[in-house]
Design a protein around this ligand. Sequence first.
Ligand code: PRP
Ligand code: URA
Length: 209
Amino acid sequence: MPAAIHVSRHPLILHNLATLRDVRTEPPEFRRMVRDLAQLLFYEATADLKLTTGTVRTPLAECASQRIAETVGLVPILRAGLGMAEAMLEMLPSAQVWHLGVYRDHETARPVTYYSKLPARPQIDLAVVVDPMLATGGSAVAALDILKKSGVSRAAFVGLIAAPEGVKALQDAHPDVPIYLAALDTNLDEHKYIVPGLGDAGDRQFATG
Ligand code: PRP
Ligand code: URA
């Protein structure tokens, strides 16, 4: 039984998703949507983080408090995952950020890893792999293969839009990894793009289309 797949039905997510998908949305607004959606999904993906209890003094009295006890590593898949990771880092500034460069070969749609900036010995409790698009799943599977080889034992994937093919590939290869999404679309087209999707997430963020 694979870990859960969470496809949010939250109105704020659905509202922003409409703008994100819209072909008329220009890069500045597209980046804002990526950022807002990433923060909303990160909120859901971190719901199980362990807490430590303590006390804090308010201007009026001492009261019980809780703080996050676990170390999180954000793992953006370059380049489209960058905007998401920065937005998450604002919510959890103590997180580590491990950059992984993976692109899809245009002919084969297979992932090509070109950059990896992981610490020699991972010191995190949870790795959160972030990439807006889970299409064939090749890039996410490659990223998680690398993370697990480096010693990561607990991970989650946060994306914006997935195709059923990508979800299946990720669950087959890494059944222990929960998946958090804003939408699960219907299929891939002949170029392995998600339909209806949003087009090319990297090009739309960085105006290179
Ligand atoms: C996109 C996207 C994912 C990958 C998804 O990146 O950001 O990383 O494709 O496809 P897959 O599930 O079939 O592997 P792309 O290769 O276009 O690189 P970019 O972020 O540099 O634009
Ligand atoms: N990468 C994208 O940016 N979009 C897709 O639909 C598939 C892969």
